[in-house]
Design a binder for this molecule. Structure first.
Ligand SMILES: CC(C)(COP(=O)(O)OP(=O)(O)OC[C@H]1O[C@@H](n2cnc3c(N)ncnc32)[C@H](O)[C@@H]1OP(=O)(O)O)[C@@H](O)C(=O)NCCC(=O)NCCS
Length: 216
């Protein structure tokens, strides 16, 4: 795990004015005069960090969706996607889809949903949807692992191909998929999905996408 930076919650807190982050002994018995005289930000405190420390390495794992994940997954979309996650759970339990979770410390930091019945244009191919990784963990290989686990699950069911759709305005994600062996089939089209938001309103999302396929 890389070095992580903790930032100050209050700019007037006078702790950790040593570069190694340990408390200065002057703080053991501060006199009111000393505190009042101290500037809000001591000149030798780096403005971007009060403490800098390494985190212990932790193994992440890919597992199946659990009901307890539903609320935790609201880091994407908030309560407006609650009905979406509840429906995702229902479909997962019914076996219509298979949702894989990237788990760190029992928290779902990523997800991928395999829809066994694919797109209308290729219903015979399982389709990978709703792939996402918690922003703070993007670019660390987790999305690639979710795709790898997806491919294993799909192959274990006897399929030799898997598809996914990527937004034409999401070239970074497309680069990842092509690097992993996906290639475009067909022309861009408007993909549409709907959800019911926290106020009970029906919301319609339209995104221009292109379908990609990978032969396993
Ligand atoms: C796309 C996404 C699932 C990839 O997961 P990840 O764990 O970040 O990806 P990995 O670490 O395995 O691979 C890194 C590659 O992913 C792509 N990527 C990284 N961050 C991304 C982002 N915010 N948006 C889109 N693609 C991204 C890049 O191609 C990157 O390669 P690079 O580092 O050489 O530029 C993840 O970044 C994400 O959730 N993005 C926002 C939502 C999204 O775009 N979902 C895909 C819908 S089709």
């Amino acid at each position: 795990m890389e070095t992580m930076t903790a930032s100050a919650s209050s700019s007037s807190c006078a702790v950790a004015d040593r570069p190694d982050g340990r408390l200065d002994s002057r703080l053991d018995a501060p006199s009111p005069t000393t505190l009042e005289a101290a500037p809000a930000t001591a000149p030798d405190v780096p403005p971007e960090a009060l403490l800098v420390f390494d985190l212990p390495p932790r193994a992440a794992r890919i597992r199946l969706l659990r009901e307890a994940d539903n609320r935790a997954l609201e880091w994407q979309g908030g309560a407006d996607l609650r009905a979406f996650y509840d429906e995702q759970w229902r479909l997962h339990r019914a076996g219509d889809i298979c949702v894989l979770i990237a788990d760190l410390n029992d928290f779902p930091i990523g997800q991928a949903a395999i829809h066994w019945r694919g797109k209308p244009t290729h219903p015979h191919l399982p389709d990978l949807q709703s792939l996402r990784v918690f922003p703070a963990f993007q670019g660390m290989g987790i999305g690639s692992r979710l795709i790898e686990a997806t491919e294993q699950s799909v192959a274990a069911r006897g399929f030799s191909q898997v598809s996914l759709a990527v937004g034409v305005e999401n070239p970074r994600a497309r680069v990842l998929y092509e690097r992993l062996g996906f290639y475009a089939i067909g022309q861009p089209y408007d993909d549409e999905w709907q959800y019911t938001d926290a106020q009970g309103r029906q919301c319609r999302v339209v995104e221009r996408v292109v379908d990609l396929v990978k032969t396993l």
